[in-house]
Design a protein. Structure first.
Length: 354
């Protein structure tokens, strides 16, 4: 008899159909009109067993004004959730994730991958919280006025404003996500935060020495303080840039060895719906990577030949495939359930409540 699919929470992913036209697939900045939550998106998410996912909205990079752009994208997602209310449920508390599963809907968590939309106005934290944002990543790859990203050469810690922002995020019970942050920014935020922090999508630097991955010191500190670490399905898992599902397992095993089995989960950084034509996508990807490099927002390990996903962990079977590999590794049903979603829910309870 097959093992029942556990609750699955993707701490950072996508909920859309990536099969856009070649004209838009290579664009550095996706506009609100490019977000495609269609029937296939929802059918694939259901078929995969996905319970909930943190999506990225608002300003991450580009030339637009961060604050108005972020408000506009929150409005776009509010409309998407309203249009698909039979299938999607906004997540504001940990209990909403469990209720989404009971109702047969997919939980959607609003998250930022860059906090620059706050500007210099800390009162915007409360505004974003009221609008449903629940995860705030402090930096993208580059430096901002909060701290240094993973590709910033200075490797500063938090700026004075950054320390105030971390405190304010805690007051409003929002997750402080340290994905993409520089090492010192991550360590300082984890030490100074009054509530546990997270790294929702990363790999382990001990296995692949690239800036987007986290050192054992960072992983351990976040876990020791009650936080959460999500492992991604990204090229940074191996030096070749072409990881397999087995490499994802190795990073999960290492993270559990460092952090313990109650602090680790998954944050794939990708969609459930697979790209149909990889040959067409390759040509768009080459321009996308080159444009990111020219704009100074790319990460070490991104190349024209590296897909931003693991080829044998994509599509509707990605979670079931990972579960089978973890079973073969000797992991118990209970540990697998924790890593596939239970740990994120328990962390969310500590931050958002029920």
């Amino acid at each position: 008899m097959s093992t029942p699919t556990p609750l699955i929470v993707n701490a950072l992913g996508e909920l859309q159909n990536p099969n856009a036209s070649s004209e838009t697939a290579g664009s550095l900045v996706q506009s609100s009109s490019d977000i495609r939550v269609d029937a296939r998106t929802i059918a694939d998410a259901r078929a995969s067993g996905l319970t909930a996912v943190t999506i990225t909205l608002g300003y991450t990079l580009g030339d637009m004004e961060p604050y108005p752009h972020t408000l506009a994208e929150i409005g776009v997602w509010d409309r998407i959730l309203q249009e698909h209310r039979a299938d999607l449920r906004q997540v504001r508390t940990a209990g909403d994730i469990l209720r989404a599963r009971e109702e047969g809907r997919i939980g959607v968590v609003y998250g930022f991958q860059n906090a620059v939309a706050v500007g210099q106005d800390l009162d915007r934290v409360g505004e974003f919280a009221r609008l449903g944002v629940r995860v705030v990543q402090l930096t993208y790859n580059q430096a901002n006025h909060i701290g240094d990203g993973s590709m910033a050469a200075g490797n500063r810690g938090l700026t004075p404003f950054g320390r105030e922002l971390v405190e304010r995020l805690g007051e409003h019970h929002l997750m402080v996500d340290l994905s993409h942050s520089g090492e010192n920014t991550c360590l300082e935020a984890a030490r100074s935060a009054t509530a546990p922090v997270s790294i929702n999508h990363t790999g382990c630097r001990a296995l692949c020495d690239l800036p987007r991955n986290k050192t054992d010191e960072e992983l351990r500190l976040v876990a020791e303080r009650g936080g959460f670490v999500g492992i991604y399905f990204m090229p940074f898992l191996t030096a070749s840039g072409h990881p397999t599902a087995d490499d994802v397992v190795e990073h999960l095993v290492h993270a559990v060895n460092v952090c313990g089995e109650d602090a680790v989960g998954i944050g794939t950084d990708g969609p459930v719906t697979a790209i149909d034509d990889l040959d067409v996508y390759r040509s768009a990807l080459a321009e996308h990577v080159a444009e990111r490099r020219r704009a100074g927002v790319g990460a070490a390990g991104e190349r024209a030949d590296t897909f931003p996903f693991v080829v044998d962990l994509r599509g509707v079977d990605q979670f079931r495939t990972l579960i089978r590999l973890l079973e073969r590794r000797g992991w118990s049903e209970e540990r697998i359930a924790r890593v596939m979603g239970g740990n994120f829910v328990r962390y969310a309870e500590r931050i958002w409540g029920n």
